[in-house]
Design a protein around this ligand. Structure first.
Ligand SMILES: NC(=O)c1ccc[n+]([C@@H]2O[C@H](COP(=O)([O-])OP(=O)(O)OC[C@H]3O[C@@H](n4cnc5c(N)ncnc54)[C@H](OP(=O)(O)O)[C@@H]3O)[C@@H](O)[C@H]2O)c1
Length: 387
């Protein structure tokens, strides 16, 4: 059987390292062909020595020499800069691109992968938040398949597979994050240490803060809107603290289909890598013989205004979600570096959304200028706040 050659954008992150866990466990089926990292040169070097990829790319130019020296005795090509990643993943020897860069930085490589008709295992939800309309249009035009890696979207994808009926409603589950049960008045003073303690998932810092503000769920509503071509009002967030049901789809006869598993991202990553066949995985099984409570309740948009902001961005359309994403990246970074308090995150996002130039029908260049303008606006608001 021909092995599947995998390019991993963001190999040093949470999704990237778990993708390599799967490749390690199934080296008879997969080859790590290209590994792309930003700053973590040490881990990239260790990964390269273990997996012997054709190419590694360290985006941060200052670390390029260090990586070249460390890999000099191996037959591994080493490049730097984002453009190298965009070019190399288009090569004939790549079968699937795992898009696991965090944030807006993941957008351009995904566009390159689509244009070269690659199958994309998409973890980088910001790509669809920023430019969902454009991305889905390009994917259709270039016949590039996008397989979701986000556990919720993987569950929805699996629930509609082979289903000839239209989706009536998507029930997008949410763990609720670390602050779901905290009284609103205490949220004001939560610290980054509190916010980084996710009750169910171990993930990169940015998505963990997005989960605490529930912007992550807002992003996922936008992601679902584009991936499954549904209207925003067909997507309902359902808080499910156990994170066993990864999302559900309701049909016209009231039937609901779901995908369940223990919370482990390797399940969704492996499903995308080996689609449509499931890989045997050494992950915990749900034990239905034990007493198990599965709870579902509605989300609290007053306590978590980022959810409302995401629905507003969808409603407004154009470049509004791109503005929201840029402001969120700046605000989350400011929170992680102790420049602002937790509740200032939605404040900064909302103000940036209200003041950045709105474009009704953006093209790729408009998204790029919007991202720059929104970041500038959000940074100005930060300076003002810290005076
Ligand atoms: N983690 C999860 O369980 C999970 C679940 C669902 C969806 N997602 C989505 O998957 C994406 C990745 O999340 P994560 O948790 O894996 O994040 P993470 O742990 O922070 O990893 C991010 C990865 O992106 C790389 N990176 C950052 N900026 C880059 C740039 N400009 N160019 C190239 N590489 C860059 C990082 O490289 P360095 O480390 O070398 O700097 C790292 O490899 C996010 O969009 C997130 O929303 C994650």
């Amino acid at each position: 059987m021909k092995k599947t050659h995998v390019a991993i954008l963001g190999s040093t992150g949470s999704i990237g390292t778990q993708t390599l866990d799967i490749i390690r466990a199934h080296h008879d089926r997969f080859v790590a062909e290209i590994l792309v990292a930003n700053n973590n040169a040490e881990l990239l070097i260790r990964q390269a020595i273990e997996f012997q990829p054709n190419t590694v790319i360290i985006v941060n130019e200052q670390k390029y020499g260090f990586v070249c020296d460390a890999l000099a005795k191996y037959p591994i090509k080493v490049f730097t800069k984002t453009e190298s990643a965009e070019q190399t993943i288009c090569g004939e020897n790549v079968d699937i691109v795992v898009a696991a860069i965090v944030g807006y930085a993941g957008l351009k490589p995904v566009i390159s992968a689509i244009k070269s008709k690659k199958t994309i295992a998409l973890a980088n939800k910001e790509t669809l938040v920023v430019a969902g309309n454009l991305i889905m249009h390009l994917a259709k035009h270039y016949h590039a398949q996008i397989i979701p890696v986000d556990s919720e979207h993987s569950a929805i994808f699996q629930s509609i597979l082979g289903e000839p009926n239209a989706i009536e409603k998507i029930l997008l589950t949410a763990s609720g994050g670390p602050f779901f049960n905290i009284n609103s008045k205490f949220i004001e003073n939560v610290t980054k240490t509190d916010a980084l303690k996710h009750p169910r998932w171990t993930m990169g810092k940015k998505i963990t803060i997005d989960s605490a503000t529930m912007m992550n769920k807002g992003f996922e509503v936008i992601e679902a809107r584009w991936l499954f071509d549904v209207k925003p009002e067909q997507i309902q967030i359902v808080v499910h603290p156990q994170s066993i049901v990864h999302s559900m789809v309701q049909f016209a006869d009231g039937s609901v289909k779901a995908q369940l598993s223990e919370p482990d991202m390797r399940i969704a990553i492996a499903y995308a890598l080996n689609f449509p066949l499931r890989l045997p995985l050494d992950v915990k099984r749900i034990d239905f013989s034990k007493f198990m409570r599965l709870e579902f309740q509605s989300s609290d948009t007053k306590k978590f205004p980022c959810i409302t902001l995401a629905y507003e961005a969808l409603d407004k359309g154009g470049n509004m979600a791109c503005i929201m994403n840029a402001a969120n990246e700046i605000a989350v970074d400011a929170f992680l570096t102790d420049k602002i308090k937790f509740l200032q995150i939605p404040e900064i996002i909302e103000k940036t959304m209200n003041t950045t130039t709105f474009i009704k029908n953006p093209d790729i260049n408009d998204y790029m200028t919007t991202d720059i303008e929104a970041r500038k606006t959000a940074k100005k608001l930060l300076n003002y706040k810290n005076k």
